[in-house]
Design a protein around this ligand. Sequence first.
Ligand code: ADE
Length: 420
Amino acid sequence: MSNYDIKNVKLAEGGRHRIEWAEQEMPVLRLIRARFAQEQPLKGLRVSACLHVTTETANLMHTLQLGGADVVLCASNPLSTQDDVAASLVANFEIPVYAIKGEDNNTYYEHIKAALDHHPHLTMDDGADLVSTIHKSRTELIKEIIGGTEETTTGVIRLKAMAKDGALKFPVLAVNDATTKHFFDNRYGTGQSTVDGIVRATNILLAGKTFVVAGYGWCGRGLANRARGMGANVVVTEVEPLPALEAVMDGFRVMPMVEAARIGDIFCTVTGNKQVLDKGHFEVMKDGAIVANSGHFNVEINIEALETLSGGDKRRVREFVETYVMADGRKINLLGEGRLINLAAAEGHPASVMDMSFANQALGAEYMAKNAKSLTAQVYSIPVDIDREIARLKLAAMGVTIDSFTDEQFKYMNSWEEGT
Ligand code: ADE
């Protein structure tokens, strides 16, 4: 493979305009970029990144590059690449990219391998496919790697499982665990972009529909609230009592999926688990039901069961809609091949939240460059000082000022003597 593999380099101009458009909404990353350009904290560091190839990611890649890093990028999902952005990164920023929207699984892994041929010192993952490929089949690279960063909940869960098994061989920083990441990106980002993806794929009206959200983690909370905001009747399904209780108290109906399956018009999984929508659910769904996933991997909807129940009778009725016809004539519509619909049919989270997520990535990379030597092969949280600084910068960029403690209040908050 040559030093990039993208759809068409001629798409670069459109990509560059869209990258600049996103940049306007990324003030925190812009500040970090200006400092990085001066201080060069990543000088000499080879970085292999496996992220969704979007306008926001392009801004992160440029920031790392200006910080002195030698960066390459591959896709973290076969359907999430924005081909014009990939072209612009290659043509305008001289960053090698291996990513084509709609690539098959084989090409997806060929692209990961190509990004690893860069011999990274630092890995940057969204879903841990880079780290897991290194540990499964490219172990010779480990000696050069100082550490990695991980963007998403699913990736952090995988990495923690590796660390628990003693399988993880270098330290990884869990960007997802920063409050300025999951509290905003997972909730407001996933909430808005998932609704956006479903609407762009189908052009259906959400008002008055029964919208079933599977999973009430940060993404589920965001999605349920945004769907309600569009006038849908939202039902939540959960396996954990605490978030289920929270969903009830947030005013949602909560019930097992097998009951929700009978009444839902639209279903969206955001659990991180597999076969959340399964054969037994498809068997009782209404004619015309729409099923989508916004979790990281395409395992949440049992697509094989849909194939079996329909005897392979399926047709593509719109760009991101596959209609399966059941033996009894009912139609079930699968969106975006069960891949994360917010990136497959829309453009992922808006730049304003990615600003904070990718500020964490950039500062996380700097932290690793400085501190990785003193870390062991574990999953680490982003230092709380970085998290607070990002929140401070974001507020400042939004023109929001806040109070500070008076001396007396500070003393009170740090004492125990004063009571009733
Ligand atoms: N994950 C979700 N939305 C994203 C975006 N816009 N860019 C990169 N990664 C994302």
